[in-house]
Design a protein around this ligand. Structure first.
Ligand SMILES: *Cc1c(COP(=O)(O)O)cnc(C)c1O
Length: 401
């Protein structure tokens, strides 16, 4: 694997960089594609090589948990796309989130998180951090006074997400930065729903950006991966703990991620366009009660979304008229849209939070969280948008009594 200047780096277009960034110009065995270095360890030719590595800090690979060339190239590409100094990959989005939080806190510390965050992230902060003496305040999303009021002397960072699941609420990154600066806190943002094409948190001064690369970045519903991006000094701290916790991504996954990244700007641009079209269609549909999409004028955070985001992403959330029985009939009438959790891939998926993610909640608990019986989250894929609309429309009609 040759070293040298990344000849594609100065090109400003995300589309070009998505295809090429991070690769080394000198290709291994002249292969156009990045090889999968399917190895768990790396050999030293002789004692001199060991010495060069241990004593003279020669850059090379030692053992799989500490790094892999396919992984390195994927990290370089992701850092380039997000405009970050450094990047670290993980075996899943949750692994990225938990390792990052654990790397930043000590017993006796406090953190603030917004209540609209990913369910498992909240669960980790609420249930597990307590065991290690780390306190966590959960504040209502969008209430910036409550957020500021929750800050204590031992607060280390603010963790938020934008847009959020399933209502696609958008967090004001300018406001959060102001508050964080005032109290000298780090800011972490889970930007999974936006991707580097639609939202650039580092340009708003966020310290760390996290993605579940399982979603748009890999984009084909075939791998799990997570990524954290930011300044070198912070990423190095996270990497140290990552090496101990060991939730590393495997080389084959890195290859699939690199392959997915090549088309990521194309796919997400298409998903932005199709999702907006679907959202506008649903907004006028007589069987729909409400539609939630950041770039619909009716969305509560439309103004911030418009300023902060280039596109609204591929997820459209909506409430249909009727009851749980009707919701079931609607699901069962869909033909093109697969019933599945997740989003960001090429296939259009539909999720019914009431019976999937919140199946073990009582109806009252669900309604308190806004998860109604008739709420759906449509993850628009890259199929022809008219086919997607036709499928949803036809299922809505078939589900009428
Ligand atoms: C999916 C998701 C995660 C978790 O990522 P995994 O790759 O499934 O572990 C975290 N945050 C958000 C916003 C997500 O959508």
């Amino acid at each position: 694997m040759g070293k040298g200047k990344d000849k594609f780096k100065p090109r400003s277009s995300l589309a070009t960089r998505a295809v090429h960034a991070g690769e080394y110009p000198k290709r291994y065995a002249d292969s156009l594609t990045t090889p999968i270095f399917q190895t768990s360890t790396y050999t030293f030719r002789d004692s001199k090589e060991i010495e060069e590595y241990t004593k003279n800090n020669k850059e090379r690979y030692e053992y799989g948990r500490y790094g892999n060339p396919t992984e390195k190239i994927a990290e370089r590409r992701l850092a380039d796309l997000e405009g970050a100094e450094e990047c670290v990959l993980f075996s899943s989005g949750m692994n990225a989130i938990t390792t990052t939080i654990l790397a930043l806190v000590h017993s006796g510390d406090h953190m603030v998180i917004t209540d609209d965050s990913y369910k498992k992230t909240l669960e980790f902060c609420k249930l597990y951090l307590k065991r290690f003496g780390v306190e966590c305040s959960i504040v209502p999303f969008g209430d910036y006074d409550a957020l500021e009021g929750a800050i204590k002397e031992n607060t280390r960072f603010i963790f938020s997400e934008s847009p959020t699941n399933p209502y696609l609420n958008v967090f004001d990154l300018v406001k959060i930065k102001e508050i964080a600066t005032k109290y000298n806190l780090l800011t972490l943002i889970d930007s999974t729903f936006a991707t580097p094409l639609n939202q650039r948190p580092l340009e708003f001064g966020m310290d760390l950006v996290i993605h579940s690369a399982t979603k748009y970045l890999a984009g084909h519903n075939d791998i799990l991966a997570g990524v954290v991006l930011g300044r070198s000094e912070l990423i190095e701290e996270i990497k140290d703990l990552h090496r101990s916790l060991g939730g590393v991504i495997d080389p084959h996954c890195c290859y699939l991620l690199l392959r997915g990244l090549k088309t990521f700007p194309l796919r997400v641009a298409r998903q932005n366009e199709s999702a907006l079209k679907v959202a506008r269609f649903l907004e006028k549909h007589p069987d729909i009660d409400r539609v939630y999409y950041p770039l619909l004028e009716s969305h509560r955070h439309y103004t911030i979304a418009k300023e902060q985001m280039k596109g609204g992403g591929g997820v459209v959330t909506f409430d249909i008229r009727g009851d749980l029985q009707r919701a079931r009939r609607f699901l069962d009438s869909l033909e093109l849209c697969y019933i599945a959790p997740s989003f960001g891939g090429v296939e259009t998926l539909i999720n019914h939070p009431a019976t999937v993610s919140y199946y073990n909640y009582t109806r009252e608990q669900r309604y308190e969280l806004g998860i109604t019986d008739t709420l759906f989250r449509l993850a628009v894929g890259i199929e022809d948008v008219d086919d997607i609309i036709e499928d949803v429309d036809s299922a809505l009609r078939k589900s009428r009594l």
